[in-house]
Ligand binder design. Sequence first.
Ligand code: SME
Length: 216
Amino acid sequence: MPHADSAMIPAGLDKVAFWAHVHEQLRHLLAGQRDWVCTNLANASSLIYNSLYACPEFGSGERMVNWCGFYLHPTLFPAPRFSAPAAAPPAPERLLLGPFCGKPACQLIHVAPGRARGVCADAYVHRRTVLVPDVDAYPGHIACDGETKSEVVCPLLLRVPAAAGAEAEAEAEAEAGAERALGVLDLDCLALGGFDERDRDGLERIAQLVVDACDW
Ligand code: SME
């Protein structure tokens, strides 16, 4: 099957069946590929965006999902290989824009205490999915696209395995059983109330699939 066909959606799916279908398609698409930024997150954002576009349940036109993508902790981005490293390392208190589908978006999201603002920052800092039926009513919402009316943001949480070796013992002790927040998966919709609990549940499963499918 050509890769593009993985975003084709069978007729008659309700939202629960839709998200189960997308999960299965994404599982196949990511199988055997562990590279996260250049490959898996790019394909994940494309598959979700185009699947939503093809799904009558989400409608089109005024109800379209207009943005789907990732914001990520800056230390996850590859260090320069062929150019001189930047004078200052990337600031750890800001998420950076990762792979996405849709119009150009904000590059940075502040997540430091006192400066954290917006839906993505809240999902990342509190490590929980945030459903926003009306972005204008959400305190601190960052408007990357003035046409967006509703939004859902899901954190990417990596369960940290116990590290091996004496050197890593302290770190392992501190983090054993802990989850590390890697970033967020963000979807925007042109309609008010574009997302509901079924989307939240479906996206949380998708986010976990993406986290598990990649080497971070
Ligand atoms: N609205 C988001 C910013 C990201 S864009 O929607 C792509 C927020 O409030 O964090």
